[in-house]
Design a protein around this ligand. Structure first.
Ligand code: GUN
Length: 293
């Protein structure tokens, strides 16, 4: 059984980017910039935004974080997004989700210039993904494909079963694995909570991608011997022996499923670690496209 080490691979990607950005700096060129917009005080969002800023700085990219009061109006937020659409110091714009309920998330995502949409959430980029045109891949699914690639896992003609249909993970990863490309070209099934019984789907998976958001949901009886298991879940479960009173587990019952798997991602240290690295990669790619034209 091979553990797919997201920490190791994400460090590799960050080091590659650091080298590329270092080269820009040594040539006296402009460097890539990412602005992250956080509305309100959601602790998980604060943590992620903080990590994104820190990682940018480590790589040598320009980073700016806009922290806005939870009462900000939708209009003001849209104005800020528009400001960064035309500020050429920034090549990537990321609005951390979820937004407070009085703000329409779709409207905000629609306002981001698709060329700066490093999350890959804008409908233009989603559409381009579906028809196989150049786009930004959403960071978590992009991280999954990159892990498969760096561990040289054969995906051509393999049955990929995605459990979960979110816009952030389930739908984009299904579309990416379907593409006629290396480290894709798979036979793809999407299943979800409305299934009367998920087992017939999950047990037929050569590659099972669990993006459900329920702790330890995928049990050993739900997977085929030798399957590749990608666990996207980040769930807090109470643990009085842990310092914080909780620990983080995935959507997969790791120990029992690992005993049957050929490859598996741990939680933490798997897919989660890849997301920020791919955000950095998307920001660098946005920079290349915007600065070359
Ligand atoms: N909230 C949870 N995941 C994400 C993500 O990938 N991007 C943004 N912007 N917000 C999120």
């Amino acid at each position: 059984m091979t553990l797919l080490d997201g920490k190791k691979v994400s460090d590799e990607i960050k080091n590659e980017l650091k080298e590329l950005v270092g080269k820009l700096i040594s040539e006296g060129k402009k460097v890539p910039g990412l602005v992250t917009i956080l509305v309100g005080e959601n602790p998980a969002s604060q943590f992620y935004v903080n990590m994104k800023g820190k990682t940018c700085t480590e790589i040598g990219m320009i980073s700016k974080t806009e922290i806005l009061d939870s009462n900000i109006s939708e209009e003001e937020l849209l104005k800020l997004v528009n400001h960064y659409n035309t500020d050429n110091s920034f090549h990537g714009i990321l609005v951390q989700l979820p937004l407070p309920s009085h703000i329409n998330e779709e409207k905000v995502i629609d306002a981001i210039d698709p060329k700066k949409d490093v999350d890959g959430f804008h409908p233009v980029n989603v559409g381009n993904l579906v028809i196989g045109k150049d786009t930004f891949y959403p960071c978590t699914p992009y991280g999954i494909v990159e892990l498969l690639k760096r561990y040289k896992i054969d995906t051509k003609g393999k049955h990929v079963v995605v459990v979960g249909r979110s816009n952030i993970v389930g739908k984009p990863i299904a579309n990416m694995m379907l593409q006629k490309k290396e480290y894709a070209n798979s036979i793809v099934t999407i299943c979800h909570s409305a299934a009367r019984d998920l087992k017939p789907y999950t047990t037929s998976a050569d590659i099972l991608i669990a993006a459900i958001g329920r702790a330890n949901f995928i049990t050993a009886d739900m997977v085929k011997d030798g399957a590749v298991i990608i666990d996207v879940g980040i769930n807090r479960v109470e643990d009085s022996s842990a310092k914080k009173g909780y620990r983080v587990v995935g959507d997969v019952d790791f120990e029992n499923v690992a005993a049957k798997a050929s490859n598996i991602t741990p939680v933490p240290g798997g897919v989660g670690k890849m997301t920020i690295a791919m955000l950095m990669k998307n920001t660098y790619e946005a920079y290349l496209k915007l600065e070359q034209n």
